[in-house]
Design a protein around this ligand. Structure first.
Ligand code: ADE
Length: 234
């Protein structure tokens, strides 16, 4: 089995890369900025790949465009059996979220693509992509809750986005999940999303400072959860 993780930021991927002693294949996707780290277990006949989005303007790339490019390149070049989008997200205290809490997604959609017109345009805008059918079973075995992930292009939360998130029952807010799922839906590759909370949207507004402060703990919790997840899958 070939499992390919799509992880936005190096800080989110680092504990995981270190834990598995993964090696980078330099410039594998060149000239695209995304980076490939791999670990091959010949005994188990399995390959684990991590694709990070790379950097531009002296910062790790985040967001839907970079996530789509990386996912497309990863699927075309690596032909994985499963894509896992692992990363951080915002949550809501009143919906049970806590800093560092890990979730598996039960569904994923966009929250900031308002396309006026008919139902079909609205449906395309919001996406609503399916997750891997084993997601529920995996969440149960990992002992983590499931949540509805909604994706947008901004770290902050605008009132017009909140209207859609509330209407659609969104619980976890990220910047890549639906973009990764969109590409997977086009290419018929199953996707599982695993997320950890770095900020609480109904506590104080997410700032870069609060995000960075919580990034380390969320990434470590994700790394633990991913290690258990891989034990289940491989
Ligand atoms: N990633 C971590 N926190 C986030 C938030 N509040 N919104 C979008 N993406 C995030």
């Amino acid at each position: 089995m070939h499992i390919c993780y799509i992880i936005a930021m190096e800080a989110e991927a680092k504990p995981f890369i270190l834990r598995f002693g993964m090696k980078e294949t330099e410039k594998y996707f060149s000239p695209l900025p995304c980076r490939l780290f791999q670990y091959k277990d010949t005994a188990l006949n399995s390959t684990l790949s991590i694709v990070t989005l790379g950097r531009q303007h002296e910062r790790d790339l985040v967001g839907c465009e970079a996530a789509s490019v990386a996912t497309l390149a990863a699927i075309e070049r690596l032909k994985p059996d499963l894509i896992i989008n692992s990363g951080t997200c915002g949550g809501w205290k009143r919906k049970g979220a806590e800093i560092g809490k890990v979730y598996v997604a039960d569904s994923v959609m966009f929250h900031d693509r308002r396309i006026p017109g008919d139902d079909e345009w609205g449906t395309q805008g919001l996406g609503n992509y399916s997750v891997w059918k084993r997601s529920t079973d995996i969440a149960t075995k990992l002992g983590v809750e499931m949540g509805r992930v909604t994706t947008g292009s901004s770290l902050d939360l605008q009132p017009c986005d909140e209207v859609i998130i509330e209407r659609e029952g969104g619980e976890l807010k990220d910047m890549e999940g639906a973009a990764v799922a969109f590409v997977c839906s086009l290419l018929n590759v199953p996707i599982l999303l695993i997320k950890s909370v770095t900020d609480l949207c109904d506590d104080s507004a997410p700032t870069l400072e609060s995000f960075l402060k919580n990034l380390k703990i969320a990434s470590e919790n994700l790394s633990e959860a991913n290690a258990s997840l891989l034990k289940l899958l491989l």
